[in-house]
Design a protein around this ligand. Sequence first.
Ligand SMILES: *[C@@H]1O[C@H](CO)[C@@H](O)[C@H](O)[C@H]1NC(C)=O
Ligand SMILES: *[C@@H]1O[C@H](CO)[C@@H](O)[C@H](O)[C@H]1NC(C)=O
Ligand SMILES: *[C@@H]1O[C@H](CO)[C@@H](O)[C@H](O)[C@H]1NC(C)=O
Length: 461
Amino acid sequence: MDILEAISAHALLFAAASLVAWTIYGTIYRLYLSPISSFPGPKLAALTFWYEFYYDICPNMGSTLFTCLHISTPEFYETLYSSSKKRDKWYWFTKLFGLDNSTFATTDHNIHRMRRAPLNSFFSVASVRRLQPLIEERVQIFLQRLRGLTGTGEVTNMAVVTSAFSNDVIMMYTFGRMYHRLEAPDFDSANHFQNHEAGKMAPLMKHAIWILRIIQALPESILSRMDPALASLVELKNSMRKQIIQISSEKNNSPWILTVITYYLLSHPTVLHNLTTELCNAIPNPHISIPEATLANLPYLTGVIKEGLRLGCGVSSRLQRIPHQPLLFPNSTKHRDWIIPAGTPVSMTSMLVHHDESIFPNSEKFQPERWEDPRLERYLVAFSKGSRQCLGMNLAWAEMHLWVSSVFRRFGSKVIRFEGDEGVLELVRTDLEDVRIVADRFVPIVKEGSNGVRVRVLPRE
Ligand SMILES: *[C@@H]1O[C@H](CO)[C@@H](O)[C@H](O)[C@H]1NC(C)=O
Ligand SMILES: *[C@@H]1O[C@H](CO)[C@@H](O)[C@H](O)[C@H]1NC(C)=O
Ligand SMILES: *[C@@H]1O[C@H](CO)[C@@H](O)[C@H](O)[C@H]1NC(C)=O
């Protein structure tokens, strides 16, 4: 017995000593020896993922964006998110979707190319434009719902309505059937809020993927009795097929963007005036369908949507790419060039690019006319760029062109009326704080307690 005890005591001591030695080695390596140890940034962040965990989860969930080291130089975007160079995604991040083999979460550059090729033509501009009648049909249903709400005083949450619209469109587009969420009495708000809650779990999943694995293994009956957020994750997992999740994770930004646009149009009369003037000229008869290609050529409409994309950001989180070759990051003041070693996950975010004051002066302001300058085009990165650019981008553009032009060709605001308008959209207890992004949880998050962008429809006179 004594000998055994002595051995196990020694083993324990040895294990403890190894752990300490390993930790000390790891610390020294990460701080001084690693090829990226000379890069600026918080030393604690270089040392441990717990740093990111703390800022992601604890004080104000989703704020690592403002505290860790990533690249903000807009000029570097096209280098990092290259179409020609090999870039892997980072498993530490993509695993949180729990769909390792989906195109979106595929980390390896070559495998991704193979999986994505057949999808590209399905989502090309030409394919999307062929299916314009399908989007128009949904827009018409939406307009009918607005007419039905006219004068009732009922308050509608724009994020819920636009999610219903976008969900119906993607379902019809990919499966030829839909849940008719736009026709549901409350626009199926439960579905919208479930997805939103599940989205908020993303930063936690990144750090503790075992939670997701346990959730996936547990019987549903147990889960639905636990936290509603967990139940909604299960709902998300089961009520949609994997392809739907994949495709919506590629294009889930259009509803948010439409909500942001609605807010700015209804709170900026001069912008709405310019837009309705352009729309009335381009669409003399609102009952006749206009090809999306024509809408895409309307400069002010396009400026409004780009401003919505810029301020709404799309996916706000940093998107890591792992270069196969070392990356040169030149210091603009030419004092030193940084060489980022191959295999290092490097990230940028639309939020910092879209708010770079040297490119977008007064970047907090909604100014569609700034897009008259064609040089700005390359700094609009709401759909990211390169070989992993958002798959559903063309569909999202078509949705936005058709939705914004149809709604604001027919409805004005209290201040901006025009000939032949059908009624007035009015913001209800909504202000800038309801659209201003304060945190990032993969998707942009506005201030806690916001009730969203809410509108009421008033009759013509
Ligand atoms: C992904 O595919 C590999 C090989 O095809 C398979 O072994 C693995 O189980 C799959 N993973 C998931 C999460 O489906
Ligand atoms: C509206 O259009 C006028 C005339 O084209 C232009 O001068 C003005 O800057 C525009 N206003 C806004 C807010 O876009
Ligand atoms: C560029 O170099 C200067 C001088 O060394 C330094 O102050 C600045 O932070 C560097 N900028 C970047 C982006 O590395």
